[in-house]
Design a binder for this molecule. Structure first.
Ligand SMILES: *Cc1c(COP(=O)(O)O)cnc(C)c1O
Length: 467
């Protein structure tokens, strides 16, 4: 048996078929039910029990995409997608990802593909200006940016760096991490993975933002008990309700007590491309690390999580281990960045390409226009809900997430969410706070327009019982 490889012409032919398939998918996704309706196990039951012994025709694989896979897909790119947060997908990003796959480089050292490293540093520096982050975070300054797989990884990494920095002064068993009680679950998970045993969920105010005095009181109590406050996470745009922690006040307390201050702006970070949202993260000069996800709202396909440190030295100290086979003249010259030292894995994809394609294809003005459209649609929906006696808003709407509940209580709210999601036209996320059930409507899909939010409102209006 010979190796049945494709020729470049086979690739060209099938590549055109695949691009056509994706273009057709994007054109018709709106007609598909947003949420997949398969039962558990239904997809596997359509697959053969064993991998094929012999090469199959590509047409057979493509046919099975439609037959087997599409019915089991929940369509994140449907314009009626109002669940979780959006997936950052866009045509230029898909093509950038394709080029990354086409090049197939693994850019762990500058020397393993100089363009992979230099483009990544460069687009991350671009983002510093686009989002008005501190200039010192550029790779030309003391800090620097790197693309990570996810915000969870970045938060975990921040804890590992903070822990490493303190390794000679305090045992890890005594270390403590703080965040608001509304912070993402990745804070607790990151602390657990980093071996930090204590996580303090700090009290929040009426708008669900961290209360700085409660944070400081927790730090002082831990110090008095002989523990070591290690790090604090400020969230700009919590997952539940897009609450905004006071970055400056938290940063001042963190500085006073020597904590690492990490900002999680996973979703809301994209909004900072518009000057009118930047006051929400005032105080960034008091921050040690920052993460936001272009793969959420900035039109870039998963995975692409943008992570900066104000000072890259402790990051590299924590992550750098140099075996003889990675030694090379460029690294030893000290003139290049080796991104393997900026995260946990060695291998890394050329993810900067898709971000570069996105930033150039839309331009900052294009991204601003999309963000403002989503925010305006969210405010319009919030106004309607607020002026209808059946509903109440759960939290303010600083960005494009609307959270509301039915005034009749949890049952009416839960049933409304279930009814909306059974419609096939929209997908929302039912959620819960101490105050009860509520519905999250996240408006951020690239193709979502006024008529899609209108359809959502129509369904809410029809399905909701009287107050
Ligand atoms: C979505 C989200 C995360 C997790 O993002 P991943 O990239 O999937 O790990 C973390 N924090 C906040 C505030 C989020 O909204």
């Amino acid at each position: 048996m010979t190796f049945p490889d494709w020729t470049p012409d086979d690739f060209r032919r099938h590549g055109h078929q695949v691009v056509d398939w994706i273009a057709d998918y994007l054109a018709r996704v709106e007609e598909l039910p947003v949420v997949s309706r398969v039962e558990p196990g239904e997809i596997r039951a359509m697959l053969p029990p064993r991998a094929p012994e012999e090469a199959e025709a590509f047409d057979a694989i493509l046919a099975d995409l439609d037959r087997v896979i599409v019915p089991g897909v929940t369509h994140w790119q449907h314009p009626g997608w109002f669940a979780y947060f959006p997936t950052g997908a866009s045509p230029p990003s898909i093509l950038g990802d394709l080029v990354s796959s086409g090049l197939g480089v693994v850019g762990f050292l500058w020397a393993t593909s100089p363009a992979a490293t230099e483009l990544e540093s460069h687009v991350m520096d671009w983002l510093v200006d686009l989002l008005d982050l501190p200039q010192g975070w550029k790779t030309t300054g003391p800090g620097g940016g790197v693309i990570q797989m996810s915000a969870s990884d970045a938060t975990h990494l921040a804890f590992v760096v903070a822990r490493h920095r303190m390794r000679e002064t305090a045992p890890v068993e005594r270390m403590v991490v703080y965040s608001s009680r509304e912070a993402h679950s990745s804070v607790e998970k990151g602390a657990r993975v980093a071996g930090v045993p204590h996580v303090r969920p700090v009290a929040v105010d009426g708008e669900l933002a961290m209360v700085p005095a409660a944070f400081e009181a927790a730090v002082v109590a831990d110090l008095e008990a002989g523990r070591t406050p290690l790090a604090v996470v400020s969230t700009v745009g919590t997952t539940g309700t897009t609450a905004i922690d006071p970055v400056r006040a938290v940063g001042q307390i963190a500085r006073r007590h020597g904590l690492w201050h990490h900002v999680d702006a996973a979703y809301a970070g994209t909004a900072m491309v518009c000057p009118e949202f930047r006051h929400h993260q005032d105080g960034l000069e008091l921050v040690d690390s920052y993460v936001f996800n272009p793969h959420k709202w900035m039109l870039t396909n998963f995975d692409c999580s943008a992570f900066w440190v104000a000072d890259r030295r402790p990051l590299i100290e924590a992550m750098s281990i140099l075996p003889p086979y990675l030694r090379n003249a460029a690294s030893e010259s000290g003139q290049v960045i080796d991104y393997r030292d900026w995260h946990v894995p060695l291998g890394r994809r050329f993810r900067a390409l898709k971000l570069w394609f996105v930033l150039r294809s839309y331009g900052a003005e294009g991204i601003r226009a999309m963000v403002r459209r989503h925010v305006e649609l969210a405010r319009g929906l919030a106004d309607r809900l607020e002026s209808d006696p059946r509903f109440e808003l759960v939290a303010p709407v600083p960005f494009s997430l609307v959270t509301f509940r039915h005034v009749a209580g949890d049952r009416a709210t839960d049933e409304l969410a279930a009814g909306l999601n059974a419609s096939g036209d929209v997908y929302v996320t039912p959620s819960h706070l101490d105050s009860g059930s509520f519905i999250r409507v996240s408006i951020g899909q690239r193709t979502t327009e006024a008529r899609h939010v209108e359809r959502l409102w129509q369904l809410i209006d029809e399905l909701a019982p009287p107050a």
